[in-house]
Structures are given as structure tokens and as C-alpha cells.
Design a protein around this ligand. Structure first.
Ligand code: NAD
Ligand code: UDP
Ligand code: UDP
Length: 316
């Protein structure tokens, strides 16, 4: 099959491409390198079944493909809030273009949506039926509302134009290849602990998140794409931790001497988040397999290698 991955040079996209290439597909990666990087897909650049196109999805593009994994969109609050209007354009105009493409070539289209569609949830854990508690004028709205419109567009293209859609609601995912300056909590804590600087806890650290290792997440996305259910389906790890617990775990694993410092809690930061994965289990036979400690170990090793090789480069 010929498969398009938008945002394929990013964190999740590049892990997905690794799996698709190994399965023997032809892969087209579309990315504007805003938060993605060529090094994430370096090993495929000379492969005749792989094509990299530098392109911004807010502009139309004509391609011939069988499936589209639509992941292009900055995912870290730091990056999506840097240029919020661009984030909305990517989610709305970009998703519209990719759905127009899917319609023209009759490709199956999977949207990488997010647990952020539930906002600061007052139902816990969050099932897909829950309609959420989103602030439409806050600093997270460009992303949350952008993704909500992206879901609406997907369902309207399905109803109006018979586009074969799949909608995944991805919960916090972590793993190797996250940017050192990504700004999300796992990469921040790991990089801080490795550099021996204080781990920055926002608020009192009592807010919760549920962390899914990237290989589990990619398996869930592929199962959804190749199954008959359109979704939306929550894909995430139900293991729930406070941010303070996460900080202490990483502190213990990397550097027990690293300090913890407390910083102000950003506006609209969700207080709790945990996926109800009943649909993923019953529809897709999917559930995560990598426990937090194991996933963190692999993530820490990757950051350690990258940081150490930079130190060596500086010295030479
Ligand atoms: P990421 O920032 O590493 O990857 C996003 C990729 O999209 C990058 O390579 C970036 O350069 C590219 N991109 C951004 N805007 C673009 C544009 N206008 N045109 C072309 N390319 C563009 O993020 P990620 O963690 O890999 O997330 C991938 C997808 O999964 C995103 O859609 C995100 O919203 C969704 N998601 C991720 C998480 C998570 O925890 N990682 C959680 C929920 C949803
Ligand atoms: N589009 C695209 N590639 C294609 C087909 C469509 O980028 O192969 C874009 C198209 O330019 C438009 C959007 O997708 O901006 C929606 O396309 P659709 O055909 O649904 O709507 P229309 O073009 O009729 O407005
Ligand atoms: N967070 C933190 N320190 C950091 C980065 C994030 O305490 O250095 C907190 C943040 O306030 C939030 C949680 O960790 O409560 C998860 O943040 P992240 O940006 O990773 O993802 P999201 O808020 O989008 O779930």
C-alpha cells in the first residue's frame, strides 16, 4: 500500500513510519519541520520505497495514496502556543486539505485527535461519549478547539462525501526522539535530571496524567486504521500518576540528587486525565503493554545518548 503520514518527521509520526516501512509499505512523509526533524527519518531517506516532501499542509497538495495518517500539528503546549493562529490553521485548513485529498483519491483517513477534546474534564476517567469541558477563549483553545473542529470536519466528510475516516483520541504519549526542548513533562523532567538542574513542577504537582509509551500508541493507531470501526477511540495508557509522583520516579531513576522546584501552574491546565479504553479493548483488541518504569528507562537511555554525544561534539 502507499501510505501518507503527515507530521511524519515528528515524534509519533517517525515511530509510525518505522513500523510501516518494516511492513513493506511505500511511505510518503509530509512535514514542514516545525517541530519535526530530518534525523528522525534519516535511516529511510535512501530507501526507494520512502519519499520525504517538505510541505506545509495549510497549502493544498495533490498526491495519490491509499491511506493517510494525519498527524501534522505541534503537540506540546509550548510549541502550539508559540503561534496559536498557525496552530488553528494547521488543524482546520490543514485537516480540510487532507480530507479533500482523501476524498479525491478515496483513501482511508485517520485523524490523530487528542484527549484535549475533553478539556479540563469533570468526568473521570474519560469515555468517548463524554463531550468535554473546553475553554474556547483560553491559551490552550487553539489546540483543543482546533482538534475539535478537525474531528467535526472528519465526521462531516464521512457523512457528506463518504470519506472512510478513523478518529483516534491520543492521550499523553512519551518515548525516544522527543525533542530536548519539547516542553512536555516527561522530556522536561528527564533532560533536567540528566543535566543535574532542578525538575520544574508546575503548581503543587497534584494534577494527574496517564502516560503511554510510543510503541504501544503506534500499535493502537495501526489497529484502528486497519479495522472497521471509525471511532472516536481513546488510545492511551490508563495508569494514572500525579506529576509529583512522575517527578520523584524520574528523580530516583536518573539522579537522586536533582532538586524539585515549584513553578506557577499554566492557565487551564487540566487537573486530571485518564483514558477509559473499553472501546479500544473491545473493538481493536488493544491495550498498552509497556509499564511506565520500562518506558521511562528506554526514554532516559535515548536522551542520555543524545546529550552525551552533543557533549563529545562540543569537546572535539
Ligand atoms: P510532534 O510535534 O513531534 O510532531 C508533529 C509533526 O507535525 C512535526 O514533525 C511537525 O513539524 C509537523 N507539522 C506541524 N505543523 C505542520 C504543518 N502545518 N504542515 C506540515 N507539518 C506540520 O508531535 P507528536 O507528539 O508526534 O504528535 C503527533 C500528533 O499526535 C499531533 O497531531 C498531536 O496533536 C497528536 N497527539 C499527540 C499526543 C502526545 O502525547 N504526543 C497526545 C495527543 C495527540
Ligand atoms: N485538496 C488538496 N488535495 C487534493 C484535493 C483537495 O489539497 O488532492 C484541498 C482543496 O484544495 C481544498 C480542500 O482540499 O482546499 C477541500 O477539498 P474539497 O474537494 O473537499 O473542497 P473544494 O475544493 O470543493 O472546496
Ligand atoms: N508540567 C510540569 N513541569 C514541566 C512540564 C509540564 O509540571 O516542566 C505539567 C503540566 O503543567 C501538566 C502536566 O505536567 O499539568 C503535563 O504537561 P504536558 O505539557 O506534558 O502535557 P499536557 O498538559 O498537554 O497534558
Amino acid at each position: 500500500m502507499r501510505i501518507l503520514v503527515t507530521g511524519g518527521a515528528g515524534f509519533i509520526g517517525s515511530h509510525l513510519i518505522d513500523r510501516l516501512m518494516v511492513q513493506g509499505h511505500e511511505v510518503v512523509c509530509l512535514d514542514n519541520f516545525y517541530t519535526g526533524h530530518k534525523r528522525n527519518i534519516l535511516k529511510w531517506l535512501d530507501n526507494p520505497y520512502f519519499e520525504l516532501i517538505r510541505h506545509d499542509i495549510t497549502e493544498p497538495i495533490r498526491l495519490e495514496v491509499d491511506q493517510i495518517y494525519h498527524l501534522a500539528c505541534p503537540a506540546s503546549p509550548v510549541h502550539y502556543q508559540y503561534n496559536p493562529v498557525k496552530t488553528i490553521k494547521t488543524n482546520v485548513m490543514g485537516t480540510l486539505n487532507m480530507l479533500g485529498l482523501a476524498k479525491r483519491v478515496k483513501a482511508r483517513f485517520l485523524l490523530a485527535s487528542t484527549s484535549e477534546v475533553y478539556g479540563d474534564p469533570d468526568v473521570h476517567p474519560q469515555p468517548e461519549e463524554y463531550r468535554g469541558n473546553v475553554n474556547c477563549i483560553g491559551i490552550r483553545s487553539c489546540y483543543d478547539e482546533g482538534k475539535r473542529v478537525a474531528e467535526t470536519l472528519a465526521f462531516d466528510y464521512y457523512r457528506q462525501n463518504n470519506v472512510d475516516i478513523r478518529v483516534a483520541r491520543i492521550f499523553n504519549t512519551y518515548g525516544p526522539r522527543m525533542l530536548e526542548n519539547d516542553g512536555r513533562v516527561v522530556s522536561n523532567f528527564v533532560v533536567q535530571a540528566l543535566r543535574g538542574i532542578p525538575l520544574t513542577i508546575y503548581g503543587d504537582g497534584s494534577q494527574t496524567r496517564s502516560f503511554c509509551y510510543v510503541s504501544d500508541l503506534v500499535e493502537g493507531l495501526m489497529r484502528l486504521m486497519n479495522n472497521e470501526y471509525i471511532g472516536p477511540v481513546n488510545i492511551g495508557n490508563p495508569g494514572e500518576y500525579t506529576i509529583l509522583e512522575l517527578a520523584k520516579t524520574i528523580q530516583t531513576m536518573v539522579n537522586p540528587d536533582a532538586e524539585l522546584v515549584y513553578k506557577p501552574l499554566p492557565q487551564d491546565d487540566p487537573k486530571q486525565r485518564q483514558p477509559d479504553i473499553t472501546r479500544a479493548k473491545t473493538w481493536l483488541g488493544w491495550e498498552p503493554t509497556i509499564p511506565l518504569q520500562e518506558g521511562l528507562k528506554l526514554t532516559i537511555e535515548d536522551f542520555r545518548d543524545r546529550i552525551e554525544s552533543k557533549e563529545v561534539q562540543k569537546l572535539s
